[in-house]
Design a protein around this ligand. Structure first.
Ligand code: COA
Length: 139
């Protein structure tokens, strides 16, 4: 897998990847999510390719205090081969290079099985309650 910054020509493939990986939700318009990311730290929006095919993605960020990763996805045809681990390692290197002291991951309660993946990468559950407030309605 090669990891590179998202290009506009990847848009369709990335949205299809998110759909295939069950990451889209009615309240998140993927096109608008991409548009917003391209306005803010676009260099942290990454894709993974194998033979030029986009098969992985990660939308990372650093707000000056914490790092984040959303839309981490590896196409089902390529899962279980170490690509998710490799993409996370790449992101950790990039964020650490920006001075980011800690990376936070949000996992939907409907996707709690994936916690095992992060545990294997040395992520541990923080003693926090995650709260959110929608500021822009996409639907
Ligand atoms: C989660 C995901 C990115 C992992 O990618 P992947 O390329 O399949 O993962 P890897 O092959 O790098 O796995 C690394 C390790 O994690 C383990 N692992 C992978 N998925 C796991 C899961 N769901 N639960 C527990 N362990 C898991 C692997 O067995 C492997 O362990 P090993 O190193 O001891 O062999 C991928 O399954 C995916 O895209 N899932 C759907 C989208 C999703 O849920 N994204 C996360 C949103 S928070």
């Amino acid at each position: 897998m090669k990891v590179r910054i998202f290009l506009e020509s990847d848009r369709r493939a990335v949205i299809e990847l998110w759909e295939k990986c069950g990451l889209t939700r009615p309240w998140n318009d993927p096109d608008r999510d991409i548009d917003r990311k391209l306005q803010f730290q676009p260099q942290l929006f990454l894709v993974g390719t194998v033979d030029a095919r986009v098969m992985a993605s990660a939308m990372a960020g650093y707000d000056g205090h914490r790092g984040s990763v959303f839309y981490l996805a590896v196409h089902p045809d390529f899962q279980g081969l170490g690509y998710g681990r490799a993409l996370m390692a790449h992101i950790e290197t990039v964020l650490a290079g920006l001075g980011c002291p800690k990376l936070n991951i949000v996992v939907r309660s409907s996707n709690v099985d994936v916690v095992g993946f992060y545990n294997g990468l040395a992520y541990t559950q923080d003693d926090v309650v995650s709260l959110g407030k929608r500021l822009v309605t996409d639907a």
